[in-house]
Design a binder for this molecule. Structure first.
Ligand SMILES: CC(C)(COP(=O)(O)OP(=O)(O)OC[C@H]1O[C@@H](n2cnc3c(N)ncnc32)[C@H](O)[C@@H]1OP(=O)(O)O)[C@@H](O)C(=O)NCCC(=O)NCCS
Length: 138
């Protein structure tokens, strides 16, 4: 089951653990403009949302390493994309490490386009690939 957690709600411990294990350090409580979607203790996706601009940015997505490669990432991302679209948020953006083949393939599989690149964007000198998703016209 996919659930949305609102700002002010404490982050579940498993989210903080998966966040730290995946990205090196876990982020704290949600800011007012952020949203967090979770999929049954196995995956989370954290977004920054600007409804007035019909825009959103995927900040982090992670699936429990034991449960990767089974379609959970796609299920979660697609569910959030359709929920945001229903809420009028139709332009989504993200940055991904150029070497992150799994994530880049996930985004392509969910209809995202690669629209740019930022050279030496990450602290270790790796480039960032910029991706965008536009809600299909109804
Ligand atoms: C990226 C990540 C979220 C993918 O989640 P997942 O549940 O394993 O992905 P899915 O099983 O839903 O796969 C969906 C598609 O992504 C692609 N994909 C997933 N894992 C892949 C891999 N290891 N190599 C290549 N493509 C891969 C495939 O196209 C797959 O489609 P297919 O199953 O039809 O082949 C997961 O690997 C993860 O948590 N990685 C660490 C965190 C991370 O890198 N987050 C992104 C930061 S920008």
């Amino acid at each position: 089951m996919i659930e949305r957690l609102q700002p002010g709600v404490p982050l579940p411990a498993w989210v903080t653990e998966l966040d730290a294990a995946t990205f090196g350090e876990a982020w704290g409580p949600l800011a007012r403009h952020e949203g967090l979607w979770v999929l049954g203790g196995a995956a989370f996706a954290r977004w920054s949302l600007v409804p007035l601009a019909h825009e959103g940015e995927l900040l982090r997505i992670a699936v429990d390493p034991e449960r990767r490669g089974r379609g959970l990432g796609r299920e979660l991302l697609k569910a959030v994309q359709s929920e945001l679209r229903a809420a009028g948020i139709t332009e989504l953006h993200l940055e991904v490490r150029a070497g992150n083949a799994a994530a880049r393939a996930l985004y392509a599989a969910c209809g995202w386009r690669e629209v740019g690149r930022r050279a030496k964007y990450y602290g270790d000198g790796e480039d960032a690939v910029l991706c965008a998703w536009t809600a299909p016209k109804r």
